[in-house]
Design a protein around this ligand. Sequence first.
Ligand code: GLY
Ligand code: MN
Ligand code: MN
Length: 270
Amino acid sequence: MRLYKSRSEIKAMRTAAKISAKAHQRAMRICRPGMMEYQLEAEIIHECARLGALFQAYPAIVGGGGNGCVLHYIDNRDELQDGDLVLIDAGCEYDYYAADITRTFPVNGLFSAAQRELYELVLAAQEAAIAQAKSGNHWNDPHQAAVKVVTKGLVELGILKGSVPKLIKDKAYGKYYVHSTGHWLGMDVHDVGDYKIDGEWRQLEPGMTLTVEPGIYIPKGTRGIAAKWRNIGIRIEDDVLVTKDGPDVLTKDAPKTVEEIESLMGKLAK
Ligand code: GLY
Ligand code: MN
Ligand code: MN
């Protein structure tokens, strides 16, 4: 029952998604070097509450620089540094339904060349994965699409070396892409529901909602790659409703192209 959302459940999820997207916009607008991670968390909570969502669906993750590489980092106690990215994974609960959004953006409002290259790669992977979140495909199709784009992109950037099909087969991307591409979403942030039936990936059907959230994580101490790639953690996460007409991105109001982010943060002409 929880896997197939009714019209009223979808309405609640759309509202949770819209409010959470506004909270991410607020965090982007307010972020400055020297702020503390918990101060951005406070802005998220403030905006959600202001718009009628009094609870977060899970503790917000606000990680500057290398903290963005720590999955489920919730300390949120470090100072945000000029030149770093910050990863915010936060979503509210509205009428018992959860949103789950991640955005990654530059603390100072402007991506460096290296940050931008990795960011555009994660974004391309996420868009390829979202396109596969459609009725009739199976659960793992979005993940496979993301893995393909990430692996090819990491080879092009010189971070992985070798043939793309072999690197995919050997899961070489797993050094940097350390989790899967999503989960069911609903009353809980990681909602109930089987991913496989009789050992086979389940088919996606209209009314199901899932997250699509690829990431690339390159912590400080990573060896064997150029220094410019280190200390970068990027994840982009949206909430997608499967419909008979294709994927419906509930969280599309949260800016995610480089241009949208830099413009909102005041670094590009409006
Ligand atoms: N916020 C937890 C997750 O993205 O799965
Ligand atoms: Mn998630
Ligand atoms: Mn999340």
